[in-house]
Design a protein around this ligand. Structure first.
Ligand SMILES: Nc1ncnc2c1ncn2[C@@H]1O[C@H](COP(=O)(O)OP(=O)(O)OP(=O)(O)O)[C@@H](O)[C@H]1O
Ligand SMILES: [Mg+2]
Length: 455
């Protein structure tokens, strides 16, 4: 289910709270924008088409959660999501070309997403069919020639199956034979080598050499020797893809892109400088990028290899630090298309403390889980966590503010020895306190040059 009724703005914010610390205003805003889309879908068709998505600009320094919010949001509502960098389109040769490729990529992702959902729905049936194929290998049915030709096949040969097969099927279902090796025939993974040679311009037309050539000579099959458990896995996938109807998947995916797709345009501020009078050079191409983006954001039809996609109701979230330029430096049409602006805040030491410990995927939890793989139980005292947070804030102040990303660099430095030494040879319990944190980091933190390189 994509966007359901229960996902009220409040519920969306609560979900985001599981991953992102602070930034309340930004969370509220994106939640509203998202809910508005669901609301729009409840509106009568003629009015529906009039309601424009509330595109958003997220402003704020690096590493404070701009991308993270958008990414989590998309995940939450199972919306197709893509992140692009506005600056990518300023590179020589990119100007005026290919902004539409983001919609194509988004569509590909939607297809993959919907396809997986459909496959999940037929998973059980697919597994049953896969087991039958495994059974065919373990217990081959007697070849036709073995059947008495004079008298024809015995009555009900098709329906009746041998008791052995029934028994084997049960054993198979209970995980029997799992380690036995069998030979199966599977569809060959198609190499993507061909794509490399695709002539320029091909992609723009929404074509793909591979698709065109893919069917020449039919689907290729390949014999593989694998364990029964793996065979079940492989064959299930194959059966699942046979069970689903790609036409329906495609239709649904296109609809989902159009109605709930999210495009995240990073570094929008870098293409926002107002063209200086008479000046050529980079400013022209920057404005050029905005002009290229504009039609997509205003609503255009993009041809993809899966069909036409209207971009009118795709949600665009733009983001940037806006240190030098301001949203008002964007061309007016662009500004009009991003009516909502939210400022994201610089993260404090207290935020870092929470980021280390609270999110579902909190860094400390991640490292703990990693080391648990080798039976090392890693704990930090509360003081130790505070020291890490403090150190991160200090290095951000002294060297360069990279936001929460600083926590990553600090943690890897802090745990380097442990991560290197740990080899699973003996279970350990390690509790790190503030002194140990200081001991490991102090020298680096105090030396500005050193921290520039290391932290
Ligand atoms: N408020 C936050 N709460 C939890 N984690 C955060 C927060 N802000 C950033 N992070 C973590 O820091 C990392 C970088 O965040 P993110 O990619 O969102 O930065 P950004 O704001 O998009 O920066 P940039 O402008 O450089 O793209 C991510 O791993 C993210 O999980
Ligand atoms: Mg980002």
């Amino acid at each position: 289910m994509a966007m359901n009724e229960q996902l009220t703005p409040r519920a969306i914010v609560a979900e985001l709270d599981n991953y992102i610390i602070g930034q309340t205003e930004a969370k509220r805003t994106v939640a509203i924008a998202l809910r508005n889309r669901w609301r729009r879908q409840q509106v009568p068709q003629d009015l529906q088409d009039e309601i424009l998505p509330s595109n958003i600009i997220l402003m704020g320094p690096t590493g404070v959660g701009k991308t993270e919010i958008a990414r989590r949001l998309a995940k939450l509502v199972e919306a197709p999501f893509i992140k692009v960098e506005a600056t990518k389109f300023t590179e020589v040769g990119y100007v005026g070309r290919d902004v539409e490729s983001m919609i194509r990529e988004l569509t590909d992702r939607a297809i993959r997403m919907v396809r997986q959902e459909h496959e999940a729905q037929v998973q059980e049936r697919a597994r049953e069919l896969a087991r039958e194929r495994v059974l065919d290998v373990i217990l081959p049915t007697p070849p036709a020639s073995a059947i008495d030709i004079e008298n024809g096949p015995p009555e009900d040969a098709a329906q009746k199956e041998s008791p052995t097969r029934t028994k084997f099927r049960e054993r198979l279902r209970d995980g029997g034979f799992a380690n036995r090796e069998i030979e199966i025939e599977v569809q060959k993974e198609q190499s993507s080598m061909l794509q490399v040679f695709g002539p320029m311009g091909m992609e723009e037309m929404g074509m793909n050499l591979q698709d065109m050539l893919g069917n020449i000579g039919g689907k290729r099959r390949k014999k593989r020797r694998v364990k029964v458990s793996e065979a079940e896995e492989l064959l299930s996938k194959e059966e699942a893809s046979k069970l689903i109807d790609m036409d329906i998947v495609t239709k649904e995916a296109l609809k989902r892109v159009e109605n709930s797709g999210i495009v995240f345009i990073d570094e929008i501020d870098k293409v926002a400088s107002r063209a200086s009078k008479g000046g050529g050079g980079p400013d022209v191409s920057r404005e050029g990028v905005q002009r290229d983006l504009l039609p997509l954001i205003e609503g255009a039809t993009v041809t993809t290899k899966h069909g036409m996609v209207r971009t009118d109701h795709i949600l665009f979230v733009a983001s940037g630090a806006f240190h030098v330029s301001k949203p008002s430096d964007l061309i007016p049409e662009m500004q009009g298309r991003f009516p909502i602006r939210v400022e994201m805040h610089r993260l404090s030491e207290d935020d870092f403390y929470l980021i280390l410990t609270q999110p579902r995927n909190a860094l400390l939890k991640q490292y703990r889980a990693l080391l648990e793989a080798e039976n090392v139980l890693l704990d930090f005292t509360d003081d130790a966590v505070r020291r890490i947070a403090h150190t991160a804030a200090k290095v951000n102040d002294d060297v360069e503010n990279i936001g929460a990303r600083r926590l990553h660099t600090i943690m890897t430095t802090l745990l380097e020895d442990l991560l290197f030494e740990s080899d699973g040879s003996s279970p350990q319990q390690i509790s790190m306190d503030a002194d140990q944190v200081d001991e490991r980091l102090d020298a680096i933190v105090r030396n500005r040059d050193l921290s520039q390189y290391i932290l």
